[in-house]
Design a protein around this ligand. Sequence first.
Ligand SMILES: C[S@@+](CC[C@H](N)C(=O)[O-])C[C@H]1O[C@@H](n2cnc3c(N)ncnc32)[C@H](O)[C@@H]1O
Length: 229
Amino acid sequence: MPNLVPLYGKDKKIFSTTDGSFSFFNLTYNEAYRAKSVGAYNESLYKFVLGSGIIDRLKKGNVKLLDICFGLGYNLAITIDEAIKSGATNRLEIISLEIDRELPEIVKENLIFFPYKGYEILRKLLKSTVEDNFSLNIHFGDASKTIFKINKKFDVIFFDPFSKSKNPEMWDIKIFKRLYDLLDNDGVVVTYACSKKIRKEFEEACFKVFSTPNLPNDFQPGTLLKKSH
Ligand SMILES: C[S@@+](CC[C@H](N)C(=O)[O-])C[C@H]1O[C@@H](n2cnc3c(N)ncnc32)[C@H](O)[C@@H]1O
């Protein structure tokens, strides 16, 4: 039986998730970019964008966002979309870390992702790095190394690698401590992971640990991290 699902890039297969948004399955990592059951759009909206409170921050002042990892750009496109809807006019400066150079090309070339306005601006940012009050710089390479080359403090960090079994280099106490150092004193880190074990490891890196608000249909919340001092 021939496999009729075309490949995107060298190792990605598309599938639709329960909220109607598309995600990909990565054949190299053997993992999906987003869970089918939660929905690619909903997971980014609830765990990262609403979970971090980034739009409220942006209504009050400029925001520096560290986006680990870019993936299919959902976290960023939804942040941009919600920022526009909120009427916020302050500057959002984004630094994104990503190992796979194919992904921004896939986002640029395929008009299958929503929210449309958020992705329209994201595509422009991928071409010219500044658009309206948004800026985006992607640092390509292994984020477990590039993260040590960044010398800036961030208000918000989206921590979104694949799971610990697929990306052990990213779920390491050294990385958690680096997140702590890169975070402004009243900043927040958000991640989709919520296991007791991972939360305890974040505590060992001195973070105070909270849950992000519940998702529709009782899906597990993500984790919100704040500095303890
Ligand atoms: C869950 S997806 C990110 C989803 C993305 N934040 C979004 O909103 O669409 C995980 C991403 O981690 C990237 N990745 C895996 N290992 C990495 C590493 N060591 N350094 C940088 N990026 C990595 C993968 O290429 C993939 O794009």
